[in-house]
Design a protein around this ligand. Structure first.
Ligand SMILES: Cc1ncc(COP(=O)(O)O)c(C=O)c1O
Length: 393
């Protein structure tokens, strides 16, 4: 066989997701794209703010020399200073540019952090249901994924987390707000998690790191905000990007920030910078780094996503679905009316409604709806959702 066994078996396991995408494309060709309700991907449908275009135009027409050259692997100092300023304004700590490494999106940032931390066989705790790429990222560095359930409303289950912590635990990953559930973890539950990690770090004689993946932290509804992870614990890596809040996922720009008081900070940040380079990213894209300082306080209009959530939740509730109302992101994770979520997703597909089975997120018995689509797609899909539910009730 030409490709690595691990990769060929990953392709095999993912093949039903691929099949769904292929069938979606086929259905769009057959029935017309307006008659296929595609909720499968977290690709934001809102265009980036106009300011993105204005700043990019200015940047690309500038006559400055070296605009497109290599730079320090951590990123431009001016960009990192701007990010450090943003973090200092929005968290209760003062950040220095040395605390920030610019990365190729949050996905790139997660890989950089995990490469910097993991020895083969180290365990990384993830909280189910979780973003499915984490297990692959952990495996990239020969770590072992330990999946721990959350409570029925997807809040943190501290007892389950405590049971999972052992001498091989190197880190825990949380996603706040969460993909696929839309849950926002609250300040008190994060503090309790921090206390737990402090206790078990002492026991292990070395830190258990908390990696907080927050690319949706600005996409929060009903006037809520995302609590600062830095208040909860010291051994923290914040990983984030501009993929979702500025609708720039194709541009691959994000950053990792360490807690200003993280242990052995110089060593940790040097490791991040080295890993950014040797993973082949070298540095985050230059043009995007030049742009980001002007956009740190901006985002797409989050009220538009809130409206989509409200249309969807109302329609699904009327159609007989049960779910926890998402507090952020653009995902809804309803219960399937039967245990076999793959079968239920297939039934939805018969109505040209494309969603993803919860099993793909270690959340069986559920399915994920990515509502980053236009309002009309959501509205037009509701009768189909209701018809499918009727079949099972
Ligand atoms: C929870 C989570 N983390 C990371 C990513 C990757 O984002 P990026 O495009 O910034 O790499 C995604 C993308 O969907 C995500 O949902």
């Amino acid at each position: 066989m030409s490709v690595a066994k691990k990769i060929s078996s990953s392709i095999e396991r993912a093949s039903w997701i691929r099949k769904m995408f292929e069938e979606g494309a086929m259905r769009k060709a057959q029935y017309g794209p307006e008659n296929v309700f595609d909720f499968s991907l977290g690709n934001p449908n809102l265009e980036p703010p106009e300011k993105v275009k204005t700043i990019l135009k200015e940047l690309v027409s500038s006559n400055s020399k070296g605009m497109h050259g290599y730079m320090p692997n951590a990123g431009f100092v001016e960009t990192r200073k701007a990010v450090a300023g943003y973090l200092s304004r929005h968290h209760n700590f003062t950040f220095d540019h040395e605390d920030v490494v610019m990365t190729a999106g949050a996905g790139g940032g997660m890989n950089v952090v995990l490469k910097a931390l993991l020895n083969a066989g180290d365990e990384v705790v993830v909280l189910a249901p979780y973003f499915m790429e984490y297990a692959a990222y952990i495996d990239n560095f020969n770590g072992n994924t330990v999946a721990v359930p959350t409570n029925h409303n997807f809040s943190l289950d501290h007892n389950a987390i405590e049971k999972s912590l052992g001498s091989r635990t190197k880190a825990i990953i949380i996603t706040n707000p969460n993909n696929p559930t839309g849950k926002v973890y609250k300040e008190a539950e994060l503090k309790q998690l921090g206390e737990l990690l402090t206790h078990y770090s002492r026991k292990n004689g070395e830190p258990i790191y908390l990696i907080s993946d927050e690319p949706y932290s600005k996409i929060i509804f009903d006037g809520m905000t995302c609590p600062s992870i830095f208040d909860a614990y010291t051994q923290v890596f914040l990983v984030t990007s501009f993929s979702k809040d500025l609708s720039l996922p194709g541009e691959r720009i994000g950053y990792v920030a360490v807690h200003p008081s993280i242990a052995e900070k110089d060593m940790v940040t040097e490791a991040l910078v080295l890993c950014n380079r040797i993973l082949g990213f070298v540095n985050a894209p230059a043009l995007m780094q030049r742009m980001i300082p002007f956009l740190l306080e901006d985002s797409v209009d989050v009220m538009l996503y809130q409206r989509k959530r409200d249309i969807l939740c109302k329609g699904l509730e009327e159609g007989g679905y049960t779910f926890t109302v998402p507090e952020g992101t653009f995902y809804l994770f309803p219960k399937a009316p039967i245990p076999d979520d793959v079968e239920f997703v297939s039934s939805l597909r018969e109505e040209n409604i494309l969603t993803v089975p919860g099993s793909g997120f270690a959340g069986p018995g559920h399915f994920r709806i990515a509502f980053c689509t236009d309002d009309k797609t959501i509205e037009s899909s509701l009768p189909g959702f209701a018809r499918v539910m009727k079949k099972y009730k």
